[in-house]
Design a binder for this molecule. Structure first.
Ligand SMILES: Cc1cc2nc3c(=O)[nH]c(=O)nc-3n(C[C@H](O)[C@H](O)[C@H](O)COP(=O)(O)OP(=O)(O)OC[C@H]3O[C@@H](n4cnc5c(N)ncnc54)[C@H](O)[C@@H]3O)c2cc1C
Length: 344
């Protein structure tokens, strides 16, 4: 548990929350999981360290539970920061509505300023036209926070029950949102700031999910190398295997500390203070380390590690997108470079 191993990062409220997240087991699709998270009161708005302890536990036991959890957070945060649509937020935090956060488009991935979805106003009513893709939980959502071009800036809108279609990405609920003169509610005209603030809050918690996946990989590996006998003894007796497991543990410790520092820094900052660099560092260190740890876990499982049913194979697929979404590692490195060197 993070709260017992690293108590100096936490307040009294975090330990019981982590225990509740540890006990949570979702089932079924995204809608059922969101409803169950709502009933368990895990979707209540909380600080960044709370998101981290919840995500680490959910990702450890089920990446799908973690996905259900975090997309509700991504959907609610811009509405809450703008003080808009309180009824939608209340329903989402109770687990009664599934939200999506729709920034990415076919022509606007890392370069979010290239958004081409347009907003137009007719007789006081807003309408959106464009396509969003790679939107987590889109096929299951009944409301989406959508970013669209409005005059010379990018506005934040809410679309009730959008038209969606699925995309095939392993171990993920994801899809497109098609907007064709679709009615929308304006949340904020200066929407890009809301999007960036939301991502800055959630980004270090992607690191927490990565740490949860990596911790599970280490536990699976410990059990496997103790049980699997080759050359007349458990794999755990081989010096090279012991070294690999030790390296995995060291990487996990480094990743966890970098992630926790980024979450703590976000909580210690004022709501308007930017913590972009530490959020980026927390995500980069944790997700890159998790990828290496899980790769080592697959290696130490041998053929069993690539069997469809094996846990480490599922972790291998689950960890990969974390280095791409909410800021690809390469893009976030330029945030760190700008901080050290000034803008290019
Ligand atoms: C599983 C999954 C879930 C997602 N969920 C959501 C969601 O819920 N909502 C949403 O809005 N989006 C979501 N996305 C989209 C995600 O945010 C984008 O995939 C991401 O921003 C990268 O955009 P892109 O895929 O268009 O890649 P591109 O922008 O084409 O970039 C491709 C690669 O080029 C490199 N690169 C690009 N720009 C730079 C740069 N400036 N400096 C250095 N290297 C660079 C990086 O290596 C990058 O990975 C999701 C994506 C995935 C895979």
């Amino acid at each position: 548990m993070l709260t017992t191993r690293y108590p100096y990062f936490f307040d009294a409220a975090h330990a019981p929350l982590e225990e509740r997240a540890q006990a949570f087991r979702g089932a079924g699709g995204i809608r059922e999981r969101v409803a169950a998270l709502g009933r368990a009161e895990l979707l209540v708005r909380r600080d960044t360290r709370s998101l981290a302890v919840i995500r680490r536990q959910l990702a450890y036991s089920s990446p799908l539970d973690d996905l259900a959890f975090v997309i509700q957070e991504l959907g609610c945060t811009p509405l809450e920061r703008a003080g808009a649509l309180g009824d939608v937020v209340a329903a989402a935090r109770a687990g009664d509505r599934v939200l999506a956060f729709a920034l990415t488009e076919p022509g606007a991935g890392s370069d979010v300023r290239a958004i081409a979805t347009v907003a137009t106003e007719h007789a006081g009513e807003w309408r959106l036209t464009g396509t969003k893709h790679f939107i987590s939980n889109a096929p299951d959502c009944d409301g989406a926070v959508v970013f669209a071009r409005l005059d010379d800036q990018i506005g934040c809108f809410f679309v009730d029950r959008p038209t969606t279609s699925s995309q095939a990405v392993a171990a993920h609920s994801i899809g497109r949102i098609e907007l064709q003169d679709t009615p929308a509610t304006l949340v904020a005209a200066k929407g890009l700031g809301l999007a960036f603030a939301t991502l800055e809050r959630c980004r270090p918690t992607v690191g927490a999910a990565a740490v949860g996946l990596a911790a599970r990989a280490l536990d699976e590996t410990r059990a496997h190398v103790r049980a699997r006998v080759q050359f007349g003894a458990p794999l755990a007796a081989l010096p090279v295997v012991r070294l690999r497991v030790a390296e995995m543990a060291v990487e996990l410790e480094t990743a966890t500390l970098a992630m926790l520092h980024a979450c703590w820094k976000r909580d210690a900052a004022s709501p308007t203070e930017r913590t972009g660099t530490s959020s980026a560092v927390g995500k980069i260190v944790a997700t890159e380390a998790a990828q290496r740890i899980i790769d080592a876990a697959v290696q130490l499982h041998g053929g069993a590690g690539v069997e469809e049913s094996s846990v480490v194979q599922q972790l291998y697929r689950a960890v990969r997108p974390l280095r791409i979404y909410e800021g690809a590692t390469d893009v976030l490195l330029s945030v760190v470079a700008d901080d050290i060197l000034g803008p290019a």
